[in-house]
Design a protein around this ligand. Sequence first.
Ligand SMILES: [Zn+2]
Length: 349
Amino acid sequence: MKKGLLALLLAAGTFIGCQESTDTPNEQQSKVDMSDFYLFTDQYESKTNSKDDDDKCYSMQELNRQLKENPGLYKKMYNAELHTRKHTAKGKPTGGGGSNGGGGDTDVDVTIVADNLGVVNIPVYIHIVYPNASSISNSQVTSQMSVLNSDFSSTNVNQLPSGTTFANDATDAGFSFTLAGTFRHDDATSSWGTNNSVKSAYPPITPETHLNIWVCNIGGGILGYAQFPGGAASTDGVVLGGDYFGVTSGVYGAGRTATHEVGHYFNLRHIWGDGRCRQDDFVADTPSADSSNGGCPTFPSISCKTADMTMNYMDYTYDACMYMFTDGQRNRMRAIFTSGGARASMAGN
Ligand SMILES: [Zn+2]
């Protein structure tokens, strides 16, 4: 123990060099670079009545709105990010990219950070809100739970062919999901929009310990939206359009809107950082991308001089064409469940 501490102190001393500092050694060790942190994104504008890929997910626009309306939210999310970066710094990348992300290289490897959490089980409440709530079947509910369980444990049927680019980055994120209850509400409202009104009408149940998912018609071509860690408990959770909930049909019918939105709920950003090449998702082993990818791209899809990770759950590709989280995303998601993290209470911490 003492030897390890001495080594750390020596390493810190070497790194800091001759800079004068009044920080204690522990404070020096915990210094993390927050200079690239941002919350407001380029994606401000609502484009209603569009099926354009840009509108697939509304989580960032909803975040922008909440940041404008709630001045205290920025600080809460900054603190959540600080905690996350302290945790993920233990899995520093090799092969390129900075400690906070900036993964411009295709060939960046991130070490999985040991966190003693084991498989984190997430109990889930599902609120189905439709004029005829029975129109969303129990088999949709069951299949959605199965998709979440397989995608977050990397046991999904779609997988990277071994030996291909990014194959080393695909990971078991270490989460499982258990259905805690399904609630059906017959409600004549035809379209709920993206402003959390469905959550006001049917409030979340114990959001400190449970993931709440609302299934309703959102409208405007939006498939779903999620609240990031750090937001208000009264609006915490994920909203999904019924056409994209569970295994249904069509290009977004494989249940992966939920996987993507739960990724946000676990603090993942979009793979392209919701900006141009200069903005990042704070994950080192996801290459920089200039914008979202839609459809089912043929590899490689190049932007920012490297191949985009179009098969990542946090892009906008078709359900069958997205099938991986990376080691860096795993570290980032799990950080918020460690002691002091924004969702630590869900993991009993
Ligand atoms: Zn999204």
